[in-house]
Write a protein that binds this ligand. Structure first.
Ligand code: FAE
Length: 547
């Protein structure tokens, strides 16, 4: 373990042990010990969906990271908050007794309004693995935006429902490029620590890691990275690491060790439902209307904003159209959701005061995937924890930070699999198509080439050192690079451009952006800790000065 380093000083402060000691105050009423996948004790949906004609002080569009932080802090400041979420509540077990479907057997719960799965890894050993599923308001949206598929979580908790929980604070030396207009001292002294605490971030116990069967794939990744001279770094995560150790011991129901990821985790992952949203529920001031999709926001004649909402059923059909009034509206629909709404509202004249930065500055966080085929003496294990815990850091020299990711197929594959985050400089723009009445994104697949080149700065070297080759069977036939997708959409309503330096939209007082749309395309690491920390920073200012 000698030269294995912790990724950054900031998250080292929230050590695994300290997190566990602190959970009582962080999570308030909810019990971590039981690990039930259940939603918070006081339900956010108990009050029923918002009625048409309602007037609310604050309406938050979306229940991901930005929305959850905003709702909690406003509620703690004494403000009643109505959250509107197009996805489902994800608080009720399906016919198999579980809330979420398994990664290896996607079903009706897995995809957002599709009749066929669109799995990020589309092929295996030369065979396509997608299959037909009933059309349903499932948890993972594979949104096809022309040149790129943008994967997003749908439901109460947003991306926290589907993601790998990798909770990474950027290295401070990279922060200036991530959010140039934000005071780094404040972020690293106050808001990153606050976000890490609120999210319940911890790190795998290195001693356990060294012996756990389920991390053989990560140890192979570490060994090969180090043999090629790259630092392997432990990556913090919001998974409950004690719970994972109990999974390995066979004393609790399995989640990470059952390969759960992408379509929800039934037990050990601390999604927002178990952290920020549980705390929000405990205030008694926050209500969520699931299966409600905001379609318009425009100035109301008597002040505030008129918000149009479609209530939908699980086939995606509209069952009611509601009109409500809100004094303030917080856009937290995610980078794509917020950008699409704002671009439409500006183009159609609903929000004429928005400036010409709306829709600009969108990036994919440089995501690109690849697999490598190891020799027979380097098996990666039939049992693989679905939660990654390490990465290869070549950001400064090569522009790439590569997660050593699992391939939880349940069989020995001898494969190493990686999701790289790269310093891709390309930025795309959303625009309104009046003919189709839709918003498009002008990203080109060829714009991934810099990402591929940066990822190759790591994997060409490892392959040369190990005498190994890339896998060509994961993304099609003879296709090495997963360059068709992103998990990390960022930008479209960039901080200090489309908004002021705290997320207030220019041109319309009382409208705010609080999610990943604020971040100009790249965070140098996985993004949700930065989205959370920025939301903490901005809402503190907004509460102090606007309310
Ligand atoms: P987000 O969490 O996307 O929440 C937006 C919410 O708004 C969603 O629940 C939408 O359903 C809802 N919504 C959208 N439009 C509307 C509308 N019109 N009306 C009502 N509701 C609406 O936004 N990041 C990491 O840092 N670490 C990881 O390990 C990681 N792994 C990932 C794995 C996968 C498969 C995916 C898809 C993402 C992953 N991410 C990861 C990215 C992370 O989840 C994402 O950056 C955040 O969720 C974005 O947070 P926001 O608050 O911007």
């Amino acid at each position: 373990m000698g030269d294995t380093v912790q990724y950054n000083n900031e998250s080292r402060g929230v050590s695994r042990r300290r997190f566990i000691a602190g959970t009582g105050s962080i999570l308030g009423a909810i019990t971590l010990a039981g690990h039930a996948a259940a939603a918070p004790q006081r339900s956010l949906t108990a009050a029923g969906p918002i009625p048409s004609g309602a007037h609310v002080p604050v309406l938050v569009i979306g229940t991901g990271y930005g929305g959850s932080v905003t709702a909690l802090r406003l509620a703690q400041a004494g403000v009643d908050v109505q959250m509107v979420e197009m996805g489902m509540a994800w608080d009720t077990p399906g016919p198999d007794g579980k809330i979420f479907a398994n990664t290896t057997s996607p079903d009706y719960r897995s995809f957002w309004l599709r009749t066929r799965t669109k799995q990020p890894i589309s092929n295996f050993l030369g065979f396509p693995i997608d299959k037909n599923v009933p059309r349903y308001t499932g948890i993972l949206d594979a949104e096809e935006m022309g040149g790129i598929i943008v994967y997003q979580g749908r439901g109460v908790g947003g991306g926290s429902l589907v993601n790998g929980g990798m909770a990474v604070t950027p290295k401070r030396e990279n922060f200036g490029a991530v959010l140039p207009s934000v005071n780094a001292d404040e972020m690293y002294a106050t808001y990153y620590p606050r976000a890490n605490a609120g999210l319940g971030v911890g790190t795998v116990d290195p001693t356990w890691f060294d012996s756990a069967d389920c991390y053989q794939y990560a140890r192979v990744g570490r060994k090969q990275a180090q043999r090629s001279g790259f630092p392997f770094v432990f990556v913090p995560d919001v998974y409950d690491w004690d719970y994972m150790e109990q999974e390995a011991a066979g004393t609790v129901p399995k989640s990470a060790l059952a390969g759960e990821i992408l379509y929800g985790n039934n037990y050990g992952k601390k999604s927002l439902q178990k952290t920020y949203l549980a705390q929000a529920a405990a205030t008694g001031r926050v209500t969520v209307s699931p299966l409600h999709k905001v379609t318009s926001v425009s100035p109301a004649s008597g002040g505030g904003y008129t918000v149009l909402i479609d209530q939908i059923d699980t086939t995606g059909g509209t069952t009611a159209t509601k009109t409500v009034t809100a004094d303030r509206v917080f856009f937290a629909a995610g980078s794509v959701g917020t950008s699409k709404l704002l671009v439409k509202l500006k183009a159609t004249g609903a929000l004429p005061g928005l400036n010409d930065q709306i829709g600009k500055g969108w990036g994919d966080n440089g995501n690109v995937m690849c697999g490598r085929a190891n020799h027979l003496w380097d098996p990666t294990g039939a049992l693989q924890a679905s939660i990654p815990c390490g990465g290869i850091d070549n950001w400064t020299a090569g522009g790439a930070f590569a997660e050593v990711a699992p391939l939880p197929t349940g069989i020995e594959t001898f494969a190493s699999f990686y999701l790289s985050i790269t310093k891709n400089p390309n930025r795309a723009e959303f625009s309104w198509n009046a003919g189709t009445g839709t918003v498009g994104l002008n990203w080109q697949t060829a714009w991934k080439q810099p990402s591929i080149d940066m990822a190759k700065s790591i994997f060409d070297k490892i392959n040369a050192k190990e005498g190994t080759i890339y896998r060509t069977d994961l993304f099609g036939t003879y296709k090495i690079w997963g360059d068709h997708l992103t998990y990390h959409p960022l930008g479209g309503a960039v901080l200090n451009k489309a908004t002021d330096n705290h997320g207030r939209l220019h041109g319309h007082p009382g409208l705010y952006v609080v999610d990943g749309a604020l971040i100009p395309g790249n965070t140098s690491v996985n993004p949700f800790v930065t989205i959370t920390a920025l939301a903490e920073r901005n809402i503190e200012k907004i509460i102090a000065t606007d309310l």
